[in-house]
Design a protein around this ligand. Structure first.
Ligand code: NAI
Length: 575
């Protein structure tokens, strides 16, 4: 498999800015890498040290400075400042140290960046769309310096990772996500736009903080909230039509209704729902292959029946139907347990989404139960031959030794994914799962874990992270614009996300070596993104949602549209 590569392109770019203004523009600044001719042409002599450097030398210095920082927050601030000073250098540094720096620019350290947003704020990046300015949103969008935007990531800051309402500080998430769109998907940084819908905050700490930079007001709710979102979407359609709009870290009660309302109106998706489901399905498909089985042979148990479980189950169900099962058969393979026990049709309090996964009561009524009326997780594992166990419950250590041993007693390679975040909420520790199953369990987790030593072997633990999916979806959308009339893909469909999951599974190192991790290493992630983007774009074309194009030219377009952190040559703009 190819590793991350940087294509070399020799295109001269016409630039209008000169002198200090040019150095102060992070999208154009090259710092000490401006060559003699550029220094002469743009009035830079004297403003820079006399030595001309290459990007690699700048990278080495930047890495040295990074290592000098003594806390994760300081490292996050350093990288964000570098992004606001010299974007090419920022992305090249990230690319060279992707495994070390991804957790700093994104999860988990970005959580600190959001909490501390108002205290570490330095320079503007992205757009603040504050409720009091709701009548002029199109004008705010037009104020953005780059008129061409390919991808917007928007949050309302209400459910930031596992740390709740951060108000305007939530903007750190779209900034972080979009830097991964550029780093991995190769979306040009100048064509990305992070946005926070500042709806107020119910976080008392933020409201009482004299330095808080957002609208100091409790959150707007109900019709006012949805009207505000509607004004925003209308403005995007008007000012930035055909832009990919990703919804991020909205509260559960808003995420699904917003997705359902807009998914057929514009090019949009919700990463928490669809991205999570796609990466979990991808990991599952590769685990099933490693187990020498197929998806249609699985009995799948979910612990937790919330937003994340329902999203993953929906994609699994679609994939099962895709493998020839009827809707009914697919549903019978999926067992979901929540606070009230197993979902079955004798339970009146289930939501419409949960009812889809309610087992017929007659099927389970006679089961022996270990405690009270409810059918608990252990009871389900005891009474069926579960091959897959997925945790999305936030219940620490819920996958007990008794449950895991019971499951492992009936299947050769139990597939166990404790996906709850953060680490302290995980349903199990990988080392326990491996030990209790004598090294037979196929494990992927929500949070990052160190490799496990067992039986003289080192077992790497894959992290189910949406970063495998969304940058590739962005790349597929961009590449589709280079074809035909240039309008490209118009919708992000579930079928496209499932195609992404299947392509991710195809890239699994475990297919070649069954002791290798289920998901590809991050150091290969740009190359993996190309393959996933190809599958997504193929599906988009198949479903008639974009222009038809030959397979080979499609792949070429994907590779061609993947921006890489390199300095182009500059020539002065005439006139
Ligand atoms: P949610 O609050 O919508 O759902 C939680 C579910 O767990 C509910 O059905 C609830 O009844 C059940 N539950 C809670 N306590 C229980 C108990 N004691 N016994 C049985 N069931 C119990 O939350 P959501 O959004 O579905 O997220 C769940 C977890 O999944 C979180 O920790 C989140 O961080 C994680 N997650 C991980 C992702 C990943 O990619 N690894 C992506 C999305 C979420």
């Amino acid at each position: 498999m190819a590793t991350n590569t940087v294509a070399r392109k020799n295109t001269a770019v016409a630039v209008r800015l000169r002198g200090v203004e040019l150095l102060n523009n992070p999208a154009l600044n090259k710092g000490t890498a401006f060559d003699e001719a550029e220094r002469e042409a743009f009035g830079l002599h004297g403003l820079l040290p006399p030595i001309v450097e290459l990007l690699d030398a700048q990278c080495a210095r930047a890495y040295e400075a990074f290592l000098l920082k003594d806390s994760d927050l300081e490292r996050h601030i350093y990288l964000r400042q570098l992004q606001d000073t010299n974007e090419v250098l920022f992305y090249r540094l990230l690319l060279e140290h992707v495994e070390e720096m991804l957790p700093i620019v994104y999860t988990p350290v970005v959580a600190l960046g959001c909490e501390q947003f108002s205290h570490i704020y330095r320079r503007p990046r992205g757009l603040f769309i504050s409720y009091p300015l709701r009548e002029v949103i199109p004008q705010l969008l037009r104020n953005h310096p780059n008129t061409k935007v390919d991808v917007i990531v928007v949050t309302d800051g209400e459910r930031i990772l596992g740390i709740g309402d951060q108000g305007v500080g939530g903007l750190g998430i779209p900034i972080g996500k979009l830097s991964l769109y550029s780093l991995i998907g190769g979306i040009h940084p100048a064509r990305t736009l992070p946005i926070v819908l500042d709806c107020g905050t119910n976080n008392e700490e933020r409201l009482n903080d004299p330095e808080y930079l957002g609208w100091r007001h409790e959150r707007i709710t109900g019709a006012d909230y949805y009207d505000f979102v509607e004004l925003f979407v209308r403005a995007v359609k008007q000012v930035l039509p055909n832009t990919l709009l990703q919804w991020e870290d909205f509260a559960g009660i808003h995420a699904r209704p917003i997705l359902d309302r807009y998914r057929d109106q514009l090019l949009t998706f919700n990463d928490d729902i669809q991205g999570t489901a796609a990466v979990a399905l991808g990991a599952m498909l590769s685990a099933v292959r490693v187990a020498g089985s197929s998806l249609r042979e699985q009995e799948i148990v979910f612990f937790g029946a919330g937003a994340a479980s329902i999203g993953v189950a929906d994609y699994l169900r679609a994939a099962l139907v895709g493998e020839g099962l009827s809707e009914e058969e697919a549903r019978r393979r999926i067992w979901m347990v929540n606070r009230g026990g197993l979902l079955h049709d004798g339970r009146a309090e289930l939501t419409a989404e949960q009812r889809v996964y309610a087992q017929p009561l007659a099927r389970v009524a006679a089961w022996p139960r270990s405690g009270g009326d409810a059918i608990g997780l252990y009871d389900v594992i005891k009474n069926i031959r579960a091959t897959v166990l997925i945790g999305l419950s936030t219940v620490t250590a819920a996958f007990t030794e008794q449950i895991v041993r019971e499951m492992a007693g009936k299947v050769e390679r139990p597939i166990i994914f404790p996906l709850s975040n953060p680490t302290e909420k995980s349903e199990a520790r990988p080392e326990d799962l491996i030990r209790w199953t004598d090294g037979r369990a196929l494990v992927a987790t929500g949070s990052p874990y160190a490799p496990v030593q067992f039986g003289g072997k080192t077992i790497s633990i894959s992290q189910c992270n949406n970063v495998y999916i969304f940058p590739a979806v962005g790349l597929a959308v961009m590449a589709s614009r280079l074809s035909g009339d240039g309008t490209g893909t118009r919708r992000v469909t579930d079928a496209m996300m499932i195609a992404a999951a299947r392509a991710l599974a195809e890239q699994s190192p475990a297919l070649k070596d069954i002791s290798a991790p289920l998901l590809p290493p991050l150091k290969n992630i740009r190359a993996v993104a190309v393959e996933i983007a190809f599958a997504v774009a193929m599906e988009a074309e198949r479903s008639g949602k974009s222009d038809a194009a030959a397979k080979e030219s499609l792949r070429a377009r994907i590779v061609e549209s993947q921006w890489a952190p390199e300095y182009p040559s500059y020539i002065p703009e005439i006139g």
